[in-house]
Ligand binder design. Structure first.
Ligand code: COS
Length: 384
């Protein structure tokens, strides 16, 4: 946790400089090569970016949720691929261990995630279970001091780079619902774990996903998160509550960047004898985007502060993810429109961003799943 405003400001301003001076100039290179250069990964490590959410006692920066979203407001202003590389270490790839792991598990894995020595990945989705996560079929059968895992996980972010996976698998075959699921830490080198070929995605080049296959993969029983069976689904949901808030902050940042680009273009581009920014129909798109970004930013900050205060923010996190990701899609669409023909060609970053941000409305829970979570929680609260 940053204890004073001055230190936080130093962190945010050095991050903003890093984004502008190192990451933005390399966006096209990353998109073309589908790879983040090693020197940039090294700089991210030395800035502490792999572990900003991990507590100081485990080698991280231990940022509060409010501080974390402020970091995301900066980092998300460049290609999402950069954030994605560190995103799983700070988010879904480490938080299960942090929230529900045993002290031994925390001490063993978290410092290596915080330093970037290990990349963490979160394996929930399967070929047959996406939104209906509780129906997953990957199995984990106890055999002495091990669990034997079988099944396939799909679209797993950072799997090609990962050193460890948080894997949700069914330990109780008789229980087909959430209560039959447990969470495991599985190391990459475990025999029986293999990776599929990289997915060819619409955007976010440089951020990689692939299948993770388990074939009689023997995982030490000591790697059952928290040493407790049957609570893995709840761990996953709590991890996603936090992740959704983080993604909402990234949406605010990406929309801010796209609007900056659109404004600059509108002020430079001349038509009918003057900059197009002087036309009211362009101004309406700029203004609507500004207002919506501001609304999303306020929501995210409010929910983050409430989480820091100890409130259950499952509903608010879903509200933020729902609104901010949809807002980001609208801003992307308007920003392309403001660029006109230039928005459809790759000379301008907006063409790439338009494709990159499409994922925000899908991963870590689709918009429709956020709607479902919000409405269910409303109804549940009204019954009490
Ligand atoms: N925090 C803690 N516990 C939670 C929780 C949360 N946010 N959400 C659900 N739970 C608990 C419930 O309280 C319930 O526990 P009990 O059985 O003890 O009452 C259990 O988990 C099952 O919850 P629920 O009955 O709501 O499960 P459903 O299968 O009906 O629905 C949804 C859960 C649809 C909300 C869930 O599957 C989901 O979020 N799907 C989207 C998955 C996703 O985001 N995937 C993205 C890929 S990972 S990057």
């Amino acid at each position: 946790m940053i204890r004073d405003q001055e230190t936080l400001n130093v962190l945010l301003s050095s991050l903003s400089r890093f984004v502008r001076e190192r990451l933005m100039p390399n966006e096209s290179l990353v998109a073309e090569s589908d790879r983040i250069p090693d020197d940039i990964v090294g700089e991210m490590k030395s800035l502490g970016l792999f572990g900003f959410t991990i507590p100081e006692q485990y080698g991280g920066l231990g940022l509060t949720m409010e501080e974390e979203v402020m970091v995301a407001f900066e980092l998300g202003q460049t290609s999402p691929a950069f954030r994605s590389l560190i995103g799983t270490n700070n988010g879904i790839g480490s938080q299960g261990i942090l929230m529900d792991g045993t002290e031994t598990q925390k001490q063993y894995f978290l410092p290596r995630l915080a330093s970037g020595e290990l990349v963490g990945s979160f394996a929930l989705t399967e070929p047959g279970s996406g939104s209906d996560a509780a129906s997953l079929s990957c199995s984990a059968v106890r055999d002495g001091e091990h669990y034997v895992l079988n099944g396939t996980k799909r679209y797993i972010t950072n799997a090609p780079e990962a050193g460890i996976f948080t894997v949700m698998a069914r330990t109780d075959p008789a229980n087909k619902s959430a209560g039959g699921i447990s969470a495991f830490i599985v190391e990459r080198e475990t025999p029986g774990l293999s990776l599929g070929k990289w997915d060819v995605k619409m955007g976010q080049k440089g951020a990689h996903t692939c299948d993770v296959n388990f074939e009689n993969c023997r995982v030490p029983a000591a790697n059952l998160i928290g040493g407790k069976e049957g609570v893995g689904f709840k761990t996953a949901m709590r991890v996603l509550d936090k992740g959704r808030l983080h993604i909402a902050a990234v949406c605010v940042a990406a929309a801010t960047r796209m609007l900056d680009d659109a404004l600059r273009y509108a002020m430079e581009r001349q038509q009918f004898g003057k900059p197009i920014a002087e036309f009211q129909l362009i101004q309406a798109m700029l203004a609507d985007s500004k207002a919506e970004i501001y609304a999303a930013r306020c929501m995210v900050l409010d929910a983050a502060k409430r989480r820091d205060a100890g409130d259950d923010v499952a509903t608010e996190a879903s509200c933020c993810k729902l609104f901010a990701s949809e807002m980001c899609g609208r801003v992307a669409d308007r920003a392309v429109q403001i660029h006109g023909g230039a928005g459809y060609v790759s000379d301008y970053a907006i063409e790439r961003f338009y494709r990159d941000v499409r994922l925000f409305r899908i991963y870590e829970g689709t918009t429709q799943i956020q709607q479902l979570v919000i409405a269910r929680n409303m109804i549940r609260a009204a019954k009490h």
